[in-house]
Design a protein around this ligand. Structure first.
Ligand SMILES: Nc1ncnc2c1ncn2[C@@H]1O[C@H](COP(=O)(O)OP(=O)(O)O)[C@@H](O)[C@H]1O
Ligand SMILES: [Mg+2]
Length: 256
């Protein structure tokens, strides 16, 4: 039985592996395709991109204000056209001053009264920002690219989350091109001792959707990366991909 209330941290040791892309697309898929009450939170306070990746360029009140104790949650929560809620972080450097990332856990607790599934977009690395995101989560998804440095950092993060008593859900491999020099799914599973729960292809449409200010699953629902991200969203809530003829046709047409 999959729990209804979830707080899932999306983390990586290495930066630029695709956490923000995955959070915005999983959020959009869970809200739009699976009709879930989902919220996404930008826990990457120093280099925040989540609202930008969702095309939401103007968010006057943010998580920064909440972490400074200057406002209430409802003021810093926005609704994306997909139906998901978003708590953005400020994109202005000056806004980092006075922010207490230890308060994140309380913000997330409060948000959990308004959303069943919360996806936390973490900062990379193992600094205070990332640790705060891990501490505010119950479960962790690790994001990696199919190369040794990124996977090595997942192994480090795994040690940390174990020490903090969080449940590892699995590893998402992103930007997979299936080139010979890349680590395979099997190799990543052996190295991390975790299941690989998705393998998202490298897809140029990700960049296009960023420019179009829309998550890929909405902008190009039939693209290869979209299909895998929607499958992952379903997997997280215990819904298996419909492999019947009708299901495959619907996926092909992008109407599922
Ligand atoms: N599957 C993919 N295919 C192609 N480009 C991708 C893919 N996933 C992410 N990207 C691009 O890689 C860059 C880093 O992704 P991002 O989600 O910002 O990573 P992180 O949040 O881990 O730093 C962005 O420019 C993003 O558009
Ligand atoms: Mg990011």
């Amino acid at each position: 039985m999959v729990k209804k209330k979830r707080k899932i941290g999306i983390i990586s040791g290495k930066g630029g592996v695709g956490k923000t892309t995955i959070v915005s697309n999983l959020g959009a898929a869970l809200a739009k395709k699976f009709n879930k009450n989902v919220a996404v939170v930008d826990c990457n306070l120093t280099t925040s991109h989540l609202s930008l990746s969702l095309g939401m360029y103007y968010c006057p009140v943010t998580l920064n204000h909440l972490l400074r104790g200057e406002t209430e949650l409802k003021e810093a929560m926005y609704e994306h056209p997909s139906g998901m809620k978003i708590v953005p972080a400020s994109i202005r450097l000056g806004e980092i001053e006075g922010v207490d990332s230890k308060k994140l856990k309380h913000v997330i607790k409060e948000l959990h009264k308004k959303a069943d599934i919360i996806l936390l977009d973490s900062a990379p690395g193992l600094g205070n920002e990332a640790i705060s995101a891990i501490e505010a989560s119950d479960e962790i998804i690790f994001v990696t690219n199919p190369n040794i440095p990124a996977v090595t950092d997942v192994i480090k993060c795994k040690e940390i989350i174990k020490g903090l008593g969080k449940r590892p859900v699995g590893v998402v491999m992103n930007m997979v091109s299936k080139k010979r020099h890349e680590l395979s799914r099997k190799e990543v599973e052996i190295l991390t001792e975790l299941p690989v729960i998705a393998s998202i292809p490298h897809d140029n449409n990700v960049q296009v959707s960023l420019a179009k200010r829309s998550p890929l699953v909405l902008h190009k629902p039939r693209s290869s990366a979209s299909r895998e991200m929607k499958r992952l969203a379903g997997h997280l809530i215990g819904i298996k991909e419909d492999t019947s003829f009708k299901g495959r046709i619907k996926r092909f047409l992008g109407t599922d």
